[in-house]
Design a binder for this molecule. Sequence first.
Ligand code: G3H
Ligand code: ZN
Length: 287
Amino acid sequence: MLVSAKEMLNKARAGKYAVGQFNINNLEWTKAVLLTAQENNSPVILGVSEGAGKYMGGYKTIVGMVNGLLEELNITVPVALHLDHGSYEGAKAAMAAGFSSIMFDGSHYAIEENIAKTTELVNLTNEKGLSLEAEVGSIGGEEDGVVGAGEIADANECKAIADLGVTMLAAGIGNIHGQYPENWKGLAFDALEKIADATGTMPLVLHGGTGIPEEMIKKAISLGVAKINVNTECQLAFAAATRKYIEAGKDLEGKGFDPRKVLAPGFEAIKATVKEKMELFGSVNQA
Ligand code: G3H
Ligand code: ZN
């Protein structure tokens, strides 16, 4: 059954490793992430953006699909189903549908409004035993319609939000959604150190996990990052594997046009990407 992300992230923060959040986009995606987590004995967080939620037929559909897969695939590792970059209304809808973890992305509000709305959602998620992620500063780039200017988070604002009792905190530290530009200056580790000092043992969240160099990932984990979000990298891997299948004319051979065959290379490519990230983040055998 689904669990909140609280225990797995506090364990990761204490153990100096990170749990991957892998955004899902359909059944095959979800199955690929879950099987890889089970095969690697790793906790995992399934991320669902509001756009993906609409695309997959609504939050209740997703909860039913995930709970069915957990049972049918005999998944025993800790799995959280997490609303990613949730609006205030989206957060409440996902809670009602049965998500076990919620991100309220209040970073576009003034800090006072972010605090007020986050306070309300802390109370609601605590009542239901769910985990809650908040955001301060913003993540650059664009993800499923979520656009951020990439402001570096202020350590005092991070402390104010952390002190409300959220489970985890996403802080803008120069990270960007999607592919990083050539002239990217890297993560703002000085800011991350200040935020970690200000928020104590709070598990910190690194968004925009695609394409960050391994040594930066490891340094971020050493400074308090315990959850790392990855979406674009799985999408690129899926698309490349599918293109290769089609360009090789495999769909024209026998029953190669069967969607279960057409989707198979992409499925395997997602699995390989997720495995590689779990190994890099250090979550293998941490279930
Ligand atoms: O919220 C989702 C993640 O931040 C995904 O970022 O697509 O750059 O890997 P990414
Ligand atoms: Zn994100």
